[in-house]
Design a binder for this molecule. Structure first.
Ligand SMILES: Nc1ncnc2c1ncn2[C@@H]1O[C@H](COP(=O)(O)OP(=O)(O)OP(=O)(O)O)[C@@H](O)[C@H]1O
Ligand SMILES: [Mg+2]
Length: 280
């Protein structure tokens, strides 16, 4: 990590002061504004957001519908540009970059996961995961290797050739996570990743996020409406009317692996317990 990033941290005074030992921020925004211009009306989606996120944080972004969560995530993910304000991504000022430059940064540093999985339907899990590597020009052999490794990481070894329609919702979301990880991003952004999943599957997805966060130190920001999901995060940022309403550390954070052990597995194991009765 370059020295000047560490210096700029203390000079800007942008840190929330919540994560003192984590080094320079990966995300640092100051007075971020986003106004959508719809001709006759202007929608002020973000009205001055200032915060920092440090490496290895796992942040839940919450708040009412329309409070600006997705707008914030899109700016953080370099999918869109702020109307006003500053954004340093790993110390680099990205607020003023062109679309082309943003695309390059996005592809290398950021992985995205969406509520609706956004997989290509007529394409295998392996090919879906390979896609970002094709965009970044990685040779085929290496692509295959990395896509397989990524699928293995999310527990989908053996499902490489399955198409999305042949996979459950949770498995499709795992493919999407594998795709988000394949370029070794430093940040994963997930907008309501468990929004379409039942409660057990949601915890399974959170188990993967917690594992990636702990073992690989990947910084993760995820939007959720569910308190049950946000308790797996380390920090909760609550939006209201385009501003940060509160920003708190999660006390007594839940461990998804432990919670899973207490949840029933539906539709499995029925046969294994039954044979004596059936045969007898
Ligand atoms: N592309 C757009 N053009 C115009 N207005 C937009 C656009 N995207 C979002 N908005 C408006 O900006 C505000 C914030 O929207 P945003 O999608 O960020 O909210 P959100 O917190 O993600 O809500 P939800 O929980 O429903 O997903 C809303 O008033 C919304 O209507
Ligand atoms: Mg949204």
């Amino acid at each position: 990590m370059p020295e000047e990033m560490l210096e700029s941290k203390s000079e800007t005074g942008l840190e929330t002061g919540k994560s003192p030992a984590l080094g320079a921020p990966v995300i640092q925004v100051e007075s971020l504004h986003k106004t959508y211009d719809l001709g006759e009306v202007q929608v002020h989606a973000l009205r001055g957001v200032s915060l920092s996120v440090h490496p290895g944080e796992l942040v839940a972004v919450m708040g009412a519908s329309g409070s600006g969560k997705s707008t914030f995530m899109n700016l953080i993910g370099c999918l869109d540009r702020p109307t006003r304000g500053r954004y340093l991504l790993e110390g680099q000022d990205v607020a003023g970059l062109s679309k082309r430059e943003l695309a390059a940064i996005r592809n290398r540093r950021i992985g995205f996961v969406f509520q609706g999985f956004n997989l290509l339907a007529r394409t295998s899990a392996l090919e879906n995961v390979e896609l970002p590597l094709i965009y970044s020009g990685v040779p085929q052999q290496q692509r295959l290797q990395r896509a397989r490794a990524s699928l293995k990481l999310v527990g989908l070894e053996g499902r490489e050739e399955h198409h999305p329609s042949q996979l459950s919702g949770g498995q499709q979301q795992r493919v999407a996570i594998a795709r988000a990880l394949v370029n070794n991003p430093s940040i994963v952004l997930a907008d309501e990743p468990t929004g379409n999943l039942d409660s057990r599957t949601s915890v399974e997805i959170m188990e993967i996020f917690q594992r990636l966060n702990e073992e690989r130190n990947i910084t993760i920001l995820l939007v959720t409406h569910e308190p049950d999901v946000s308790r797996f995060a380390k920090r909760v940022i609550m939006f209201r009317d385009g501003k940060v309403r509160c920003d708190t550390e999660v006390e007594d954070r839940a461990v998804a692996g432990e919670v899973l052990a207490t949840m029933p597995v539906l539709g499995e194991d029925d046969d294994e317990d039954a044979p004596e009765e059936v045969k007898g």
